[in-house]
Design a binder for this molecule. Structure first.
Ligand code: ZN
Length: 321
């Protein structure tokens, strides 16, 4: 019996009777991180890292959730499980499963370059490695995080010099906190929308500091935003008060901003290539560091990436979960 199986409910460990990031309702779910395509509603019991737990509670409401420290080992029906930083967002983990010397690692989503905010990615040696391939094409190549942080602050300072409001659109969990970490508060004040501020509060309450932010509410004097920056989810662009912030400059931050058509589609003034996933080289270096002989490729450019791995000598295959 294989220690890990790919089923229509998701990645399954039959011996321990647990699923990892299950797609459908199950009795026991081990969760790599709080993004909604990994932490779904409706499972009977959840297990995640201590830092993920308040995020899961914030997003999923009342759930039966246990949590574990990074590197701590938990034995479930003879299988040893442990969680290791994946560098993706706060609390995110790769999940390691070991039984009688056979080791599997489910990496969830990961980013190899340290961003100074998220617990940095740690390679975990294993025989079987399950990897994402969101940016599994050679065209995806990220700049050093310090360079993109400078670009962000230069854009903000330029808008300030032109008496504009800066609005940067980002996903509420993960990307928003990373951007706030990158911003230089000596330039001005950082405002947030309610979705971003909700996650900020959860993370701060867990004891992880985030730079000072002010929740923007429509009753705030719009003039007070001139020269300052708002980190918000894209939906705020549909709010009726957003026109009152004119003149403003908008930006988006994502790995997809490498693609010209994505830049156009997002309809923003400025695009920053900032991702919480590994780029092409990051994926390859992570896989190499695991020393795994078997690689299973999930969401992303699975076919291309798997073909490349096979041609480079790995026993790789695409898995659909
Ligand atoms: Zn994610």
């Amino acid at each position: 019996m294989s220690l890990i199986k790919f089923t229509n409910k998701g990645i399954y460990c039959p011996r321990a009777e647990v699923y990892i990031d299950p797609l459908k309702k199950v009795d026991r779910a081990l969760i790599t991180h709080g993004h909604s395509d990994h932490a779904r509603r409706g499972h009977k019991r959840y297990l995640c890292t201590h830092a993920s737990k308040p995020i899961l509670r914030h997003r999923l409401g009342k759930i039966d959730c246990d949590s574990i420290e990074y590197h701590e080992s938990l034995n479930i029906n003879g299988v040893n499980f442990s969680f290791h930083p994946s560098g993706h967002i706060i609390g995110s983990a790769q999940i390691r499963a070991e039984y009688k010397g056979e080791i599997w690692v489910v990496s969830g989503d990961y980013k190899v370059a340290a961003d100074g905010f998220t617990e940095p990615f740690e390679p975990v040696k294993c025989h079987h490695f399950i990897t994402e391939s969101t940016f599994g094409l050679p065209i995806y190549k990220w700049d050093d995080p310090a360079i993109t942080a400078n670009q962000l602050n230069e854009w903000w300072a330029l808008n300030q010099a032109n008496n504009k409001v800066s609005i940067i659109l980002a996903y509420a969990l993960g990307k928003a906190q990373r951007i706030i970490h990158d911003l230089d508060p000596s330039i001005g004040s950082i405002y947030t929308d309610s979705a971003v501020e909700g996650i900020n509060s959860v993370i701060r309450n867990h004891g992880i500091p985030i730079k000072a932010t002010t929740l923007f509410t429509p009753d705030i004097n719009k003039k007070s935003l001139v020269g300052n920056i708002m980190v918000a989810t894209p939906s705020i662009m549909n709010a009726d008060w957003v026109d009152q912030l004119i003149p403003y400059d908008t930006a988006a931050a994502s790995g997809w901003m490498m693609l010209n058509n994505t830049r156009k589609r997002r309809n923003v003034d400025q695009a920053f290539v900032i991702s919480d996933h590994a780029d092409w080289k990051g994926l390859l270096s992570a896989i190499q560091a695991t020393e795994a002989e078997n690689v299973y490729v999930t969401h992303g450019y699975t076919d291309f990436f798997t073909k490349y791995l096979r041609e480079s000598g790995w026993n790789a295959r695409v898995v659909t979960t």
